[in-house]
Design a protein. Structure first.
Length: 109
């Protein structure tokens, strides 16, 4: 339980949760995301979902076959979706998109 709380607090620290409370729409056009983990990866929300499901697996135990299958599905789905989103950003924004930014795992993928 304590590990889950620590993971949630870690996720909140890494995100720009100040904008959650204002809810202001700045523009309806596509833009390059900035701030927080967006400076390092294209899809930090996908990464955080992976972290959430891995924490469920850690809490539930690796011997639970159904939970393990769900986690494998979610991780695979988020990795593929993150890669496709990253590729879309690069194709759509071209040279304006940061070259050093990875898809879903900082410094790796």
């Amino acid at each position: 339980m304590l590990l889950s709380v620590i993971i949630v607090l870690f996720c909140l620290v890494l995100t720009d949760f100040e904008t959650w409370f204002t809810g202001k729409v700045v523009s309806y056009e596509h833009a390059i995301p900035r701030g927080g983990l967006f400076e390092y990866i294209s899809c930090p929300h996908y990464l955080m979902e992976i972290v959430i499901y891995l924490s469920f697996l850690l809490i539930g135990g690796y011997s639970h076959v159904t939970l393990f299958s769900i986690v494998v599905f979610v991780v695979t789905n988020q990795l593929v979706s993150g890669y496709l989103t990253h590729r879309w950003y690069r194709d759509h924004f071209g040279s304006l998109y940061p070259v050093q930014r990875k898809a879903i795992i900082p410094l790796l993928l």
